[in-house]
Design a protein around this ligand. Structure first.
Ligand code: PEP
Ligand code: MG
Length: 877
């Protein structure tokens, strides 16, 4: 029952491995202290206390005493006293969860000041300006974080003071101005809460601790957790630390830095700092900071020390660190170190280079890159050959380009996203309240703030393009416009931003997809060495097949032949086939389709030469190929009022009747899949003939092709038996005719619950299985694939479902059927090849599941192939 852990002196009690208990910040402060790095003394109240407090509404007995004892230790180390009027010990109170949640939780600095001790502090330090600057900061933060008073109230009082005094920066205000501000701030607090600002230091501390714990459950924190999959039970720790002051004059300051460039991954010290500033000034983007290199000139000794420390930290933690420091009268203190957030490109560069440097091994490097991050790397940039009009340039805060309509509020961005509309969120600066809107927007543009501002950090984490600190822009929220140079841009106007250059562009630019970089190749090559799961692609055209091959696909897991039927040159023949009333006329139409299908397959086989290709026979209900009934009726009416021949009228009428006949109440459960092959065997026969003719032709040219013919939507072994007989009869006779003997397989999709449950019987006929988890999810949940968008959002919002089951495989339900299908299938045919070709085949969590249940391969869309390769490696590690 230890609630409080001391750090920063010789008696540091925590260490880096205690993150669950001390939070990331607390554990790392302890670790730095253990490494002999200067850290201001403080203590961490554990996450366990948070959990108890939030559960029971009260603190565990004895906590108060533990805190009082810890304060006594800080007093003896610092030789200052908490609540003392002459020589006050001031504290910072900060949250710190197990993983960093930037900007989500709040910070209070300079706690312990009151009307009397501010005088004491001024006398003791001989710096009255510093004392009152600290007090006004404390009042603002305390009011905002602890008393929940709108920050804007204090900001506007400060702004009008600066205006009165005709100064630009906070630092230009005089002591008297600060004193007046302090009075003004206290009045605001009294007006807002009906109570005086609490003068008692211990009371202030308790209120701040309550607020930090309470803020674990504020809306912003909940949203962030939801977006990042952080469990609510974790809770946060509270770090109470003796203050060091970056606002004591020109030889003081504060800054944040990264041990490598978080945007590109380049190995260089990267960061910024502000002279005579405190705490959040750098991150908040209130003043524009100096690049860290400038510190080398202004404070060379401190700079060298900082370089030593950052190197030591990176060496110790073996990962890129994001550090915070304060310089008090030329003396350096570290306030935080944590694993730095980085872009996808940086993650890959850092991971591969750290292997070269011998800092980490390949497996660790693989785990440093999230499969989903690769997705961002394959995301669009501006086409370099296009021309466009640059209105302004800000900081290139998060790479990639985005196009969208201008919106000025986060709520608006969220609303627009619900309607599928793309937006660029334009803000003076962002704050944690904007997080939902930032997620909804395509990109983010801010007027103020540096490379480590909230907007920059959060956008990089989300992989969204962001241009920050574009100071030429002025926003007029009332008119809903922004002005920049000669341009006036209204809400709803299209703009583009380039987060790699900082350009803000009028109108829509052309975007292109970047290729795979050498470093990504390296990571993927390492992934290939580790993974056991094969990765195939879903492709219906030679082009898609080639793209997928370039991304490393090892075959086609699903070629949906219906997509080939929509080509302009063939839809008339397809319609003719559907319209046919007897088998003879249907065969006539199919004869026209045969050579086209053969060419299709030749193209696909060639593009995938040397790899297996699974071709699925026709799957969708036939009406999908016909025009809409309404259209036909309109056409008929049109013909009636003209002098068209009776023959033409009869033809159109017949189409109308056929459409009526083919109409189904529930087409997804209707006449589709192998049911088509049972009612019209000649369709599948034509497809089988085209496949095998194509394969034979290419094998004559010396290519090795092993076609895998796949039958969809089988639920009963006898369906497969029936269809397979027709298919193999055609295949054998074609081979005989052409005088070629080829290996080929006939297999089935497992995409209906009955198929999974009777997979042992089905495996007697099927030579391979491919789980069609789209249909399997549809039929297991009974959720229509086409209609689920109407109700699934409510399921996700209310927490009934954690993920959209059409995106992330439902392991408990659908996954169980997959497991049963695999077990039963292998019981009959131990070496049966089994894959998955639903959307889940490209989703990392589902891939891991697939690996664990013993699939041989996953198949996904071409752009997800690299993601799947890495996810398959992660599944092993
Ligand atoms: C499936 O159902 O998962 C599948 C891959 O087939 P389709 O999406 O074409 O129905
Ligand atoms: Mg399907």
């Amino acid at each position: 029952n230890k609630f409080v852990y001391i750090f920063g002196n010789n008696e540091t009690e925590g260490k880096n491995s205690m993150k669950d208990l001390l939070g990331g910040k607390g554990a790392n402060l302890a670790e730095m202290s253990n490494l002999g790095i200067p850290v201001p003394v403080g203590f961490t109240i554990t996450t366990g206390v948070c959990t108890l407090y939030l559960k029971n509404g009260q603190y565990p007995p004895g906590l108060e005493e533990h805190i009082d004892n810890a304060i006594k230790q800080l007093e003896s180390t610092t030789k200052k006293n908490f609540g003392d009027l002459k020589n006050p010990l001031l504290l910072s109170v900060r949250s710190g969860a197990r993983v960093s949640m930037p900007g989500m939780m709040d910070t209070v600095l300079n706690l312990g000041l009151n009307d009397d001790s501010v005088v004491g502090l001024a006398t003791k330090t001989g710096n009255e300006r510093f004392a009152y600057d600290s007090y006004r900061r404390f009042l603002t933060m305390f009011a905002n974080v602890v008393l929940d008073i709108d920050h804007e109230k204090f900001e506007s009082a400060l702004s009008s003071k600066k205006k009165d005094k005709c100064v630009k920066q906070d630092n230009d205000l005089e002591v008297e101005d600060l004193k007046e501000l302090v009075e003004k701030f206290k009045t605001i607090i009294k007006d807002e809460t009906g109570k005086d600002f609490p003068q008692d230091a211990r009371e202030q501390l308790q209120m701040a601790i309550d607020a930090v714990f309470g803020s674990w459950n504020n809306q912003r924190a909940i949203t962030y957790r939801k977006l990042n999959g952080i469990p609510g039970e974790w809770g946060t720790a509270v770090n109470v630390q003796s203050m060091v002051y970056g606002n004591m004059g020109e030889n003081s300051g504060t800054g944040v830095a990264f041990t490598r460039d978080p945007a590109t991954g380049e190995k260089r010290f990267f960061g910024e700092y502000l002279i005579n500033a405190q705490g959040e000034d750098v991150v908040a983007g209130i003043r524009t900071p100096q690049p860290i290199k400038a510190l080398k000139n202004t404070m060379p000794v401190v700079y060298d020390q900082l370089v030593d420390i950052y190197m030591k930290l990176e060496d110790h933690f073996k990962d890129m660190q994001d550090i915070e420091f304060t310089i008090e009268k030329g003396k350096l203190f570290m306030l935080q170190t944590r694993t730095g957030k980085r872009t996808a490109a940086a993650a890959i560069k850092i991971a591969t280079e750290m292997v070269e440097e011998g800092l980490i091994d390949k497996d660790t490097a693989l785990l440093r890159v999230e499969p989903e991050q690769i997705d961002r790397l394959l995301h669009p940039n501006i086409d370099p050959t296009s021309t466009y009009e640059v209105m302004a340039t800000g900081l290139p805060a998060s790479p990639g380009a985005a196009v969208g309509e201008v919106v000025f509020t986060a709520e608006h961005a969220e609303e627009m996203a619900k309607n599928g509309e793309k937006t660029i969120l334009v803000r003076a600066e962002t704050s944690p309240e904007d997080i939902g809107g930032m997620n909804a927007a395509e990109g983010i543009l801010t007027v103020r703030g540096g490379m480590t501002s909230h907007a920059a950090v959060v956008a990089r984490g989300m992989g969204k393009p962001c241009v920050a600190g574009c100071g030429e822009i002025t926003i007029d929220m009332k008119e809903k416009i922004f002005n920049v140079g000669d341009y006036t841009v209204k809400e709803g106007n299209m703009i583009s931003i380039d987060g790699s250059t900082g350009n803000v562009i009028l109108g829509e630019v052309d975007l292109i997809l970047p290729g795979v970089t050498d470093e990504l190749e390296t990571i993927l090559k390492w992934a290939d060495e580790v993974r056991t799961l094969k990765v195939r692609t879903n492709a219906d055209t030679p082009h898609d097949a080639e793209v997928a091959r370039d991304f490393g696909a090892e075959g086609i897991g699903l070629c949906r032949t219906e997509h080939m039927f929509f080509g302009e040159d063939r839809i008339p023949a397809v319609r003719e086939m559907i319209m046919a009333e007897d088998i003879e006329s249907r065969k006539m139409a199919l004869k026209k389709l045969l050579p086209m299908q053969r060419e299709d397959f030749i193209g696909i086989f060639k593009a995938m030469e040397g790899f297996p290709v699974t071709i699925r026979l026709l799957d969708p209900p036939l009406h999908e190929f016909l025009p809409v009934h309404e259209e036909v009726m309109d056409k008929l009416r049109e013909l009636e009022s003209s002098d068209t021949s009776q023959k033409e009228m009869d033809r159109v009428k017949k189409i109308g009747e056929r459409i009526e006949y083919l109409k189904e109440i529930n087409p997804m459960l209707g006449h589709r899949g192998c049911r088509l092959g049972i009612t019209y065997p000649e369709i599948y026969e034509m497809q089988a003939q085209a496949i095998i003719e194509a394969a034979c032709e290419l094998s004559k040219e010396g290519m090795k092709i092993v076609p895998e013919i796949m039958i969809p939507l089988v639920s009963h072994v006898k369906e497969l038996e029936f269809v397979k007989k027709h298919v193999t009869t055609v295949v054998e006779s074609v081979m005989e005719e052409m005088g070629i003997k080829l290996d080929y397989l006939v297999g089935t999709m497992i995409e209906l619950p009955r198929a999974a449950l009777t997979a042992d019987q089905i495996a007697k006929e099927a030579e391979f299985f491919s789980f069609g988890t789209n249909d399997l999810t549809q039929t297991t949940f009974g959720f229509s694939r086409d209609d689920a968008g109407k109700f699934l959002p409510s399921y996700l919002e209310s927490g009934i479902l954690e993920d959209d089951p059409f995106a992330v495989l439902d392991q408990d339900g659908v996954g169980q059927l997959v497991k049963i299908g695999i077990e039963k299938g292998r019981a009959t045919r131990p070496d049966i090849k089994i894959g998955i070709c639903g959307e889940h085949g490209g989703e990392p969590k589902s891939i891991k599941f697939g690996h664990n249940v013993g699939l041989n391969y996953v198949s996904c869309s071409p752009f997800r192939v690299p993601i799947a390769r890495l996810a398959a490696a992660h599944a092993v590690l």
